[in-house]
Design a protein around this ligand. Sequence first.
Ligand SMILES: [Zn+2]
Ligand SMILES: [Zn+2]
Length: 286
Amino acid sequence: MTESPPPSPPTPPQGRPESREVIELRRLKQDQPDLAAAADLQIELLQVQRRVQTRVPLPSIRLETEYLNSLLANGPILKFEHLPIDWSDLRFLLRATAAAMRNHDALEADDQRRADELARQADRLPGLVRSWYEAGQPGGAAIDPELEGLESLVQQAMRPFLTRAGDAVMARSDLAAWHKGTCPLCGGEPDLAVITVAADRLLICGRCAARWPFEPLTCPFCLNGNRSKITSFASRDGQYRLYACDVCERYVKAYDTRHASRPVMPVVDGVATLPLDAAAIQKGYR
Ligand SMILES: [Zn+2]
Ligand SMILES: [Zn+2]
């Protein structure tokens, strides 16, 4: 049981159709009942985020192609100041995300209390969220100890602001000149990849969902490019691939559009590939 009052229920406003992600998550639940709990959590998070998403403004950065491309040379492009964060919306998102995660046993009761406490600290919240954002960039300082263990919760709560900023910049810039394993926009790590029909691989940022091209058989985490030290295998239906690095022991999963009936959907594909995660962890990767 929780001590603080729960946020209002995350039902979508009447009459608005469900998003494609929610429809796909429901289909996934039906096809693979083992994944129902994980799918339900993501459905609830999408519904929470949707309440804020439609009113997030553009990021406060000049959205001109030439200017954005010039920033890429010293990327990542998006500084914390550019993010279109509405602080009262973020406080709602922190509480509602914590409640959803707790409902689905994805958060300890103590961590839910910490998240609620964080949402109450209006004065300190901007500094703490900046610490989270910058700690997730290459060479960033350590995260504020107050947020330790709450990283994935903050990431979920920040999603409407980060994806809005990411979409706006991605639509107006050319990321082909970027060759790093971390996100050209926010500096985050890839969470998934997509293999195009031309067999190129695009990495997808776990924070802002930006996509950028990256060598198909190089590890984005340690840049190991020795093919004999990359273990790759596919899911039984051929829909997903996993590339594991035998140097740093990390892995990245990919949605293979060459065998697909729909475009990549990171939230859905993240749930659909949980069995692949289990297989990779069993082989000693992390
Ligand atoms: Zn990013
Ligand atoms: Zn590696």
